[in-house]
Design a protein around this ligand. Structure first.
Ligand SMILES: NC(=O)c1ccc[n+]([C@@H]2O[C@H](COP(=O)([O-])OP(=O)(O)OC[C@H]3O[C@@H](n4cnc5c(N)ncnc54)[C@H](O)[C@@H]3O)[C@@H](O)[C@H]2O)c1
Length: 254
């Protein structure tokens, strides 16, 4: 899909990977709406990039619907949706205090999974009503953010792993469902990226990863995530797949 001039909506866009995706889309010529829980930071980010900043909690269904309407009123129908809003969710299933607090577990699922589902389905429903953009019949694309922890669940990452595993397994199902309407669905599963969320990764896990088990042997830069998001959008043969962006690392149990 040619990105230039298209309307894009990115969640979690005030920081880290979402901000990098928004920047890469702007550089590719998209008109970008940046959504985030953090009103001030998303306004600042949007001003810096020349985008539209919208305060939005992805777990608030009504707020998501209103944010999409606001974005479309300014930029036209959303054709590109990149979902990066997420929170860490480190917890043991059975810890020192006993079984996991299911309310805390559910909160992580609510943001990382239900929030992603809410935004992607609302965007997809609108994309379905649009005319195709090209000879392939493409109407739009959704790029979600998973994590390599979906495949190598580490001890202590309970709710986070479950949320990202669900995002990964939903990728092919959603792609298949939306195929007849010309909408692709992809997921990027990052490894270790230098963003504020990485502050929640235990130092022993970081030390273990940066111990010759990956090449390049360093944190990924958010711009490398943004670049992949743009490449996925441009390449119409990528659909229904989860792409690891992880320098070849495989996580240990802890
Ligand atoms: N950084 C990494 O190493 C890494 C690795 C694997 C996966 N990820 C995933 O990448 C995504 C982006 O993470 P990041 O590293 O950029 O972290 P980040 O903390 O820099 O950015 C996350 C953004 O999401 C926003 N957010 C949180 N809850 C929200 C909500 N309910 N509604 C709207 N916005 C909300 C935050 O305000 C923040 O701006 C997350 O889904 C994360 O799980 C990150």
């Amino acid at each position: 899909m040619k990105i230039d001039g298209l309307s894009a909506l990115v969640t979690g866009a005030a920081s880290g990977l979402g901000l990098a995706a928004a920047r890469a889309l702007r550089e590719a010529g998209a008109r970008v709406a940046l959504l985030d829980l953090d009103a001030q930071r998303v306004a600042d980010a949007a001003n810096a990039l020349g985008g539209l900043g919208i305060e939005c909690d992805v777990t608030d269904s009504g707020a998501v619907a209103r944010a999409i309407e606001t974005a479309e009123a300014r930029h036209g129908p959303v054709r590109i949706n990149v979902n990066c809003a997420g929170i860490p969710g480190g917890m043991r299933l059975v810890g020192r205090d006993g079984p996991v607090d299911t309310a805390a577990f559910a909160r992580v699922i609510e943001v990382n999974l239900i929030g992603t589902v809410s935004v992607m389905t609302k965007c997809a429903a609108r994309m379905m009503q649009l005319p195709p953009l090209n000879d392939d019949g493409e109407r739009g694309i959704i790029v979600n953010t998973g994590s390599i922890t979906a495949f190598e669940g580490q001890i202590g990452q309970g709710a986070y792993v479950a949320s990202k595993g669900a995002v990964a397994s939903l990728t092919l199902q959603a792609a298949r469902e939306f195929m007849p309407r010309g909408i692709r669905v992809m997921t990027i599963a990052p490894g270790l990226f230098r963003t504020p969320i990485a502050d929640h990764i235990p130092q022993e896990v970081i030390d273990g990863m940066l111990d010759g088990r990956m090449f390049p042997n360093r944190f990924g830069e958010p711009s490398e995530f943004g670049r992949l998001a743009v490449d996925i959008i441009r390449n119409p043969m990528l659909n229904g797949e989860v792409i690891r962006l992880d320098a070849g690392v495989r996580l240990q149990a802890r």
